[in-house]
Design a protein around this ligand. Structure first.
Ligand code: TRP
Ligand code: SF4
Length: 327
């Protein structure tokens, strides 16, 4: 029996991933790779929709994401890790789907308005409007059972299903409707206690060294009412404690009790947390070092991934062309 297929994608824009990204999407993919046949697409064409004028770094950015995936523990023998632009069928299916997608559907997608406003795009491109059609092509090309994504992608997935139904209605059942598999993304606090986010400059990154992690944790905000070592604290208000619950889970009840009882100082508490985070990052760092020292291994993995993706993609395109009557 073959495993059910899943497809997901990530844009090569954000560059470095932080602990929040890792605990959300990536760790989930690593968990899913045993039960499913996972296709992990690095969507470089999507990145072009908002960076058409500064494309010089796009190939390197895509490799960086691949290294993030691999060092987080995605196994290239279990899943296909590939770059969208290496599998040209994405473009062909995008074109065919664009013929069955009414403009009105695209203009209603919330990200169409949001992106133009956030990025101050005065004259949006045809490609930006078509972003969700390209995403539908990414997905339908693999006829997957589901798509593991965060909540922010719900509208795109709903549109994918609408395009899917429209195509099947016009030409026959080519594409199974993919499910949205919502990834529970735990909200991790950053060093200032706000949600960990690249834009707040409060994140700890997967690429951070041991020293950087120690330093960032040392800078973390704590319970403002706990000033002296013997002051009783409120762990529920302390971002250090929130991270203990994730990275030092077994000891978290002790941390909590000692903090409340005034038996624990914040300096030592942070030192313990930094050690726990470093322990969790150690295997990731080792794998990263290995891939960074051998970029040819990354290239080979991306080629192998694209070959595996292409095989399924070509089967799908044969079905889609035949359904339409192209030959
Ligand atoms: N739009 C997605 C994002 O911004 C990226 C993406 C492109 C994607 N194609 C996809 C996600 C296919 C899942 C499946 O994160
Ligand atoms: Fe936070 Fe630890 Fe200090 Fe308590 S002892 S306030 S949990 S850093």
């Amino acid at each position: 029996m073959s495993k059910p297929r899943l497809l997901s994608g990530m844009q090569p824009t954000g560059r470095a991933l932080h602990l929040g990204n890792y605990e959300g999407a990536l760790k989930n993919w690593v968990r899913l790779q045993d039960e499913y046949e996972l296709f992990c697409c690095i969507v470089d064409w999507h990145a072009l929709t908002t960076m058409a004028e500064e494309t010089a770094s796009i190939a390197d950015d895509s490799r960086q994401i691949a290294i993030d995936y691999l060092s987080a523990g995605l196994d290239p023998d279990k899943c296909a890790i590939f770059i969208q632009s290496h599998v040209k069928e994405h473009a062909e299916l995008h074109l065919l789907l664009s013929m069955v997608t009414p403009l009105g559907w695209l203009e209603r997608v919330p990200t169409w308005k949001e992106k133009r406003e956030q990025l101050h795009i005065v004259s949006p491109s045809y490609g930006l409007l078509g972003y969700p059609v390209l995403q539908a092509a990414d997905i339908l090309l693999y006829r997957p059972k589901g798509v593991p994504v965060g909540k922010d992608q719900s509208a795109h997935l709903e549109l994918t299903r609408e395009i899917c139904r429209r195509f099947n209605h016009l030409y026959g059942e080519v594409f199974p409707e993919p499910e949205t598999i919502l990834t529970e993304v735990p909200i991790l606090p950053g060093i200032d206690g706000r949600k960990m986010s690249k834009s707040y400059d409060n994140a700890i990154y997967l690429i951070d060294s041991e020293e950087t992690v120690n330093e960032r944790v040392r800078q973390m905000f704590t319970d403002p009412e706990k000033i002296k070592l013997k002051d009783p604290g409120h762990p529920e208000r302390c971002p250090v404690f929130a991270l203990h619950q994730i990275y030092n889970a077994e000891a978290a009840p002790i941390v909590e009790r000692e903090c409340r009882g005034g038996d624990r100082g914040c300096v030592a508490c942070k030192r313990e947390l930094a050690e726990a985070i470093n322990r969790a990052l150690e295997p990731i760092r080792q794998r990263r070092a290995e891939y960074e020292a051998h970029p040819e291994k990354v290239e080979a993995i991306l080629e192998q991934g694209a070959a595996k993706a292409r095989k399924v993609a070509q089967e799908t395109m044969d079905l889609a062309r035949a359904a339409i009557g192209l030959r």
